[in-house]
Design a protein around this ligand. Structure first.
Ligand SMILES: Nc1nc2c(c(=O)[nH]1)N[C@H]1C(S)=C(S)[C@@H](COP(=O)(O)O)O[C@H]1N2
Ligand SMILES: [Mo]
Length: 404
């Protein structure tokens, strides 16, 4: 019988595996050439045999500046995304900004318009936070009538998680002196004004970060160098890269990315606008689509969970398509609006199974099943797809995406 086991059973089995090791003929295969030795390098790269772990690019050659690249979530472990594998979403290419000539302007309904260059910004107090960043269009293939057969990253990989370091925006807003009648801020990046977005002032005065650093080093060009907005838990499109302008106003701009795009048509014909927070979501990354279990036995089922509302409270896993659930183990640290890694020991008996995960966040929001999400949002959805993901494990160990 297939079943989820206590972690201790898994560790005991693991100890048995390691006992087999000394009996193997040395560490390298017989006849393998002695490893080559290389020198120091100024900036490290992945090991040569790991260079197949890359972002997949999806862009239209006729509009090369507009497109995405996906994080290969199935190939990664832990909770942080290496900067070179952070997903990308550009609407108008990547501007290469000369940091000497960069400036951020805060103007509009303020007592004192302010201009900051990078040397100014680098003098302010900083804060670091590990946060997920997810495109509102992530997982949109979940709305398709048939389950898409692609690896996790090519399906759900418009989400990544980095440690961002920068200046709390509220400090600069306070310095500018906000007009009490102001309610919104319009943020613009250096790529084009067509990407501007409207943001409620309250969020910017709460936990918004002007990020200068990503995973300890200055931002990568493609992720917004030299300055980007970070809005914990909110959809990616609001987190303007190459940020140059914040205009304080009393009304939203009604720009393209908050009217024609990133809104959600509902079954009754109305649309949801300014749906900022990314809902609770989880998925099993191992095993997942395209992998093959070599045979019956013990496996560690593992995956990622996150919620734009707060920290992950619990993740349950199922092996029978959601009829029965058991709690997975959450691995520390479990942080507010950050990826959380979950793990569960699974004994597979070699018969077909359907693996699922389901997250509940600290405010009690539960990740919906696919049928429940469609009942609420209809069949014309594109953005904010966060339903439970199902992987069928066939008798031969092959793993495919199914709707269950
Ligand atoms: N200036 C600017 N900011 C932008 C975008 C853009 O095209 N231009 N794309 C947005 C979208 S839709 C997303 S999902 C995130 C992606 O951030 P990343 O490329 O660092 O992953 O940036 C947002 N900020
Ligand atoms: Mo996005």
């Amino acid at each position: 019988m297939s079943e989820f086991l206590d972690r201790r059973a898994f560790l005991q089995a693991g100890l048995r595996w390691s006992l087999v090791m000394p009996a193997l003929p040395g560490l390298a295969a017989e006849g393998a050439p002695a490893p080559q030795s290389t020198g120091f390098s100024n900036y490290g790269q992945p090991a040569p045999s790991e260079r197949h772990v890359i972002r997949l690019i999806g862009s239209n050659p006729r509009m090369p500046g507009n497109g995405v690249s996906w994080t290969p979530l199935e190939a990664l472990e832990g909770i942080l995304t290496p900067s070179g594998l952070h997903f990308e979403r550009h609407h108008n290419g990547i501007p290469e900004i000369d940091p000497q000539h960069f400036a951020l302007l805060i103007h509009g309904m303020v007592q004192q318009p302010l201009r900051f260059d990078l040397t100014d910004l680098l003098r302010y107090p900083r804060q670091s936070r590990a946060l997920f960043l997810e495109c509102g269009g992530n997982s949109n293939a979940g709305w398709h009538a048939e389950p898409m057969q692609k690896p996790v990253g090519a399906f759900h990989g418009l989400v990544s998680c980095s440690e961002w370091t920068g200046v709390p925006l509220r400090l600069l807003l306070a310095e500018a002196g906000i007009d009490p009648r102001a309610r919104w801020v319009i943020a613009t990046g250096a790529d084009t004004a067509a990407t501007e977005v409207s943001l409620p002032l309250a969020k910017l005065q709460d936990d918004a970060l002007l990020a200068l650093y990503q995973n300890g080093e200055r931002l990568r060009l493609e992720n917004g160098y030299p300055l980007r907005l970070i809005l914990p838990g909110w959809e990616g499109v609001r987190q303007i890269k190459w940020l140059t302008r914040l205009e304080v106003t009393d009304r939203p701009a009604m720009s393209r990315n908050e009217t024609a795009q990133y809104t959600q048509l509902l079954p009754d014909g109305r649309a949801r606008q300014f749906d900022f927070v990314m809902g609770p979501k989880s998925l099993i990354t191992s095993p997942s689509h395209g992998q093959r279990l070599p045979g019956a036995g013990l496996y560690e089922v593992s995956g990622l969970a996150w919620s734009g509302h707060g920290a992950v409270a619990a993740v349950d896993v199922s092996q029978d398509g959601g009829r029965h659930w058991v709690p997975a183990r959450l691995e520390a640290p479990v942080l507010d609006r950050c990826f959380t890694r979950f793990r569960a020991a699974w004994q597979w008996d070699g018969t077909p199974a359907v693996l699922q995960s389901r997250v509940r966040d600290q405010l009690g929001n539960l990740q919906p099943g696919r049928a429940a999400l469609i009942a609420e949002r209809g069949r014309n959805g594109y953005f904010h797809y966060n339903a439970v993901v199902s992987w069928a494990v066939d008798g031969d160990g092959a793993v495919r995406h199914v709707y269950a």
